[in-house]
Design a binder for this molecule. Structure first.
Ligand code: B12
Length: 214
């Protein structure tokens, strides 16, 4: 009976119901659940479930965005109601679609997922050159994660150049950030070859994988 509110919260997020998710989060807070339990037993398992949804041949993007919104609203509420140390790390994530590529739907989903886990987002938009990524890293030394999205195989070369230049900048400056890549045509093998630190196949997994670094 006690854990039912966390089940309800999980189901509200998985069901893509932002208002219900907020109500369940409010209830869990009123019931005195510790923040970690709301996060670990309510919201993060919902993210796992959403990850599975993305693996389907034809994922329902509208539904996924509703799930992401539900999660984001719940986390905003948690942040507003609980003490600052609830989210001990809220690092900066710089995100953009690589040079030559104008696709931004996937990048935006990734950004929403990161916001959902409490990260600050600097969205550089689309067709972001290697030089712009590096310039923004220099201007924001607090950056923890740099995310590069790529949907065009013709932009792979530019993405590789960006990864390499970010690695050089990291070495030169001693800054402590990780480089993540993704997008439909990107695979683990390609990411490894380019020298990226982390690749994930979808946005929910990206946010999960980045959590320890934020
Ligand atoms: C929508 C779309 C468009 C829209 C883009 C609208 C927009 N605002 O983004 C429009 C119509 C403008 C468009 C244009 C073009 N497109 Co287009 N487009 C697509 C399409 C149908 C869907 C892409 C999409 O949004 N998917 C939904 C999102 C949610 O998925 P996603 O981007 O993969 O993101 C998920 C993951 O990959 C991951 N992810 C994404 N980014 C990142 C980043 C990180 C760090 C991580 C960890 C994870 C991650 O998380 C996301 C959510 O889980 C794809 C087909 C496809 N199946 O991919 C073709 C596709 C990508 N397009 C293609 C092409 C060729 C083009 C054009 C060149 C067409 C033309 N001749 O003009 C132009 C490119 C213009 C340019 N310079 O960019 C080809 C690319 C082929 C190739 N081998 O490179 C595809 C594959 C279609 C095809 N089969 O031919 N396109």
């Amino acid at each position: 009976m006690e854990e039912k509110v966390l089940d309800n919260l999980r189901n509200a997020v998985i069901g893509g119901k932002p208002r219900l998710a907020v109500q369940e989060t409010e209830q869990a807070i009123r019931d005195g659940y510790p923040k970690e339990q709301i996060l670990n037993e309510g919201l993060l398992p919902a993210m796992h479930e959403i990850s599975r949804e993305f693996k389907k041949d034809e994922p329902d993007l509208a539904h996924t965005l509703s799930c992401a919104k539900a999660m984001k609203n719940s986390l905003n509420l948690l942040q507003a109601n609980l003490e600052e140390e609830t989210f001990p790390s809220k690092g900066l994530v710089i995100i953009g679609t690589c040079g030559g590529d104008l696709h931004d739907i996937g990048k935006n989903v990734v950004a929403v997922m990161f916001e959902g886990i409490g990260a600050h987002i600097l969205d550089l938009g689309v067709d972001v050159s290697s030089e712009r990524f590096v310039k923004n890293v220099r201007e924001h030394p607090e950056v923890r994660v740099v995310c590069i999205s790529c949907l065009l195989t013709t932009s792979f070369r530019e993405m590789e150049r960006t990864v390499q230049n970010l690695r050089k900048e990291r070495k030169r400056s001693g800054l402590d950030f990780i480089i993540m890549v993704g997008g439909a045509p990107v695979t683990q093998e390609i990411a490894d070859k380019m020298g990226a630190d982390i690749y994930t196949e979808n946005a929910a997994k990206a946010a999960e994988a980045a959590l320890p670094y934020l």
